[in-house]
Design a protein around this ligand. Structure first.
Ligand code: ASP
Length: 351
């Protein structure tokens, strides 16, 4: 167990929106984003945390279903701008797309040496049984933890929810109504909050080898294609023929299996021949793609579909968006995509 050191760390709390700060619209009963003061006034305990806390609220608060890559850039830019002034960052964000944002930011930042911890809640902070208080207080405590040499314990983009600290690019939303809304199916939690904060030290990212930098060029011309029985071939062709298409994430069955009919495989091959990378990610929550284990995935491997192994769909999609502007050919893309850039993929290659 590691304790925060005597020096009070400076933490910046960034509010983007989400259920945590929402209130009910009196007429419709629907939850809508509300102002930041609402959060702080509902949680006076925040002043007891051993850190100096400042806050920044986005002028236009968002339900995270409306978040897009431009908003990722805005959030990341606030952190970049204030990077030298603060020891850690806690970002309040809606749960619906939180795992996409944490995955995207993990790739957009390189050389990150400070904690960037996202959290939110399933019930608004003004609700009697809210989960917001514990999530927020512990996220701030985790962002404040330092080593004996005053360096931060956590040096990466994480997601804290319901007692677990997960790597941001390993997380996915799994529950729409339980407080434990997130899971990290292929990577254990980095920390657990119980009576003590226990840190899984060997899993944490090591000090970065490069200077901190933010890269904001992302490609949105990507398609996430969920395979299902009875999928209409003509419709798939129509989608894949979109003239600006730059990359495809194929969400396949089990260990990376998909229909093996010639028309479908030919369609995919045509795209790969046009230097449009296609990545294979499993629809299963846990486990890895292993192309070639079954005859129905051999064809995919043969035409050059790239195995996304045990990446989440959120990590695979945002990694693709991040890499596409940096490469010219499918081969260059493959080399970069297969590398572990930010802890998003397990080391053991089982193929
Ligand atoms: N729709 C909300 C959002 O993602 C849900 C939440 O915050 O839990 O902003």
């Amino acid at each position: 167990m590691i304790r925060a050191k005597n020096k009070r760390p400076n933490i910046l709390l960034v509010y983007t929106g989400g259920t945590i700060g929402m209130v009910k619209n009196a007429e419709t009963g629907a939850l809508c984003p509300f102002d930041f003061e609402n959060i702080l006034s509902n949680i006076p305990e925040i002043n007891m945390i051993d850190c100096t806390l400042h806050s920044y609220s986005f002028p236009c608060l968002l339900d995270s279903s409306n978040i897009n890559p431009e908003n990722w850039t805005q959030i990341a830019s606030v952190i970049e701008e204030k990077y030298d002034q603060y020891d850690g960052f806690v970002v309040l964000h809606g749960t619906d797309t939180m795992a996409y944002t944490t995955s995207a930011l993990s790739f957009m930042f390189s050389g990150l040496e400070k904690p960037v911890i996202f959290t939110g809640s399933q019930l608004p902070i003004g609700h009697l049984r809210t989960d917001a208080k514990e999530n927020l207080i512990t996220a701030i405590e985790l962002a404040s933890l330092t080593e004996a040499d005053s360096m931060p314990v956590v040096r990466e983009v994480c997601l804290y929810f319901q007692h677990e600290l997960y790597r941001g690019n390993r997380s996915t939303k799994v529950n729409a109504e339980q407080f434990s809304a997130f899971a990290s199916p292929n990577c254990p939690a980095l920390a657990h909050s119980g009576v003590h904060l226990s840190i899984n030290k060997e899993l944490l990212r090591q000090p970065a080898m490069s200077e901190f930098a933010l890269s904001t060029s992302l490609s949105s011309d990507v398609l996430l294609l969920h395979i299902y029985p009875g999928m209409n071939q003509e419709m798939i062709k129509y989608l894949l023929d979109y003239p600006k298409l730059k990359g495809v994430i194929l969400l396949t069955y089990g260990a990376g299996n998909a229909p093996s009919n010639e028309d479908f495989i030919d369609l995919l091959k045509q795209k790969i021949d046009q230097d449009i990378p296609i990545v294979n990610i499993t629809q299963c929550l846990k486990g890895t793609v292993s192309q070639g284990d079954y005859a129905v995935s051999e064809g995919l491997a043969k035409i050059g579909v790239i195995s996304g192994r045990d990446m989440t769909k959120e990590a695979a999609l945002t990694k693709m968006m991040y890499l596409l502007p940096r490469v010219k050919t499918v081969n260059e893309f493959r080399k970069m995509f297969e590398k572990d850039l930010r802890g998003e993929i397990s080391a053991i290659i089982r193929e």
